[in-house]
Write a protein that binds this ligand. Structure first.
Ligand code: APR
Length: 310
């Protein structure tokens, strides 16, 4: 295939992402990890599933970066996941060093790639990848909003007993407890959910969305990976096929929504060039306040990065 995507980290999120990319026949996939044998074994296992799944994507598992050369997209999932009782922010000390080291290697071999960051705490890890890579802002994107919105959509569909395909949702802000689900812009067949549910039920779904990651960590004792992989693959597909989908992603803001020098989740147009447009939607005073609160949380993580020796 003439499209190549590298997935860094062959753990739960990385391997599931590789599987979904290949099974959608989107690109060849290079899976890379520091642990010897794991990316090789998973890539081979997925290759042996290909005749049944009916795709021709080539999957390669490696421990060094030569094979990643010339990737169109590099997805960074390397790092440690949460354990019960941990917040995403608790991972910053370990994952900042990992994301920095990975980014240095990635840019050596794929200087023109688009970077999609998945490692947590997401918004802070986007800053690390952005600063380390020196890439323009349209080529460093964080995966969070698509996942958070998918969770919100799943809960809306469950609540109203309707097809998930009829649902749309927007979740803005940082990828943490301060994220900002927007019920006014969340719809079923075009009808805002504010017309379809009581405020109490909306509040309950918003709350469940905010804690969606933690709900799964409690069950699995590690973090989620099926929905995160689906979310990052939707972003990659929009870029690889130049679909220009409007998706909520963490991007570098320079004045948009009143924020500067900060990665945060907002609606963007994703196409072949990466972030092709940041879409500014009108927010109510209350929504603005919630977004400011979320931005403050992201800013304090960004400040924490400065004091870390990573
Ligand atoms: N280079 C490459 N791979 C690395 C490196 C590195 N420097 N450091 C760690 N890894 C690998 C690990 O060996 C492991 O295989 O990253 C993988 C992480 O996999 P899991 O432990 O299964 O974690 P996962 O659930 O996939 O989450 C990864 O994504 O959603 C976020 O919060 C999550 O930060 C976490 C990341």
């Amino acid at each position: 295939m003439d499209r190549k995507v590298t997935v860094v980290g062959a753990g739960n999120v990385g391997a599931t992402t590789a599987q979904r990319l290949a099974e959608k026949d989107l690109c060849d996939v290079v899976l890379i990890d520091i642990v010897e044998g794991v990316p090789q074994g998973k890539a081979l296992d997925l290759t042996e599933a290909a005749p049944i799944e009916k795709h021709d994507a080539k999957l390669t598992g490696v421990n060094s970066y030569e094979a990643t050369e010339g990737s169109n997209i590099v997805i960074i999932t390397a790092g440690v996941p949460r354990k019960p009782g941990m917040s995403r922010d608790d991972l910053i000390g370990t994952n900042a060093g990992i994301v920095k080291g990975v980014t240095q290697q990635v840019v050596k071999y794929s200087p023109q790639c688009i970077l999609i960051v998945v490692s947590n705490p997401l918004d802070a890890m986007c800053h690390v990848a952005f600063e380390t890579s020196g890439f323009p802002k349209n080529r460093v994107i964080g995966m969070a909003g698509v996942l958070d919105s998918a969770r919100f959509r799943a809960f809306i569909a469950m609540e109203l007993d309707v097809s998930v395909e009829n649902t749309h949702a927007f979740v803005l802000g940082g990828h943490g407890d301060t994220m900002v689900p927007l019920p006014r812009y969340s719809t079923v067949a075009g009808i805002p959910i504010t017309e379809l549910m009581t405020q109490d039920r909306i509040d309950a779904l918003v709350d469940r969305t905010r804690n969606g990651g933690a709900e799964i960590v409690k069950f699995l004792t590690t973090s989620a990976y099926y929905a995160p992989a689906s979310a990052v693959v939707e972003m990659a597909e929009s870029i690889l096929k130049d679909k220009k989908k409007i998706l909520p992603c963490a991007v570098y803001l320079q004045g948009e929504y009143g924020f500067n020098d900060l990665f945060m989740g907002v609606p963007v147009k994703l196409g072949a060039k990466g972030v092709e447009e940041i879409i500014e939607i009108k927010l109510t005073d209350e929504e603005k306040k919630a977004l400011q609160h979320s931005a403050d949380a992201v800013q304090s993580l960004k400040d924490a990065l400065k004091s870390l020796k990573y």
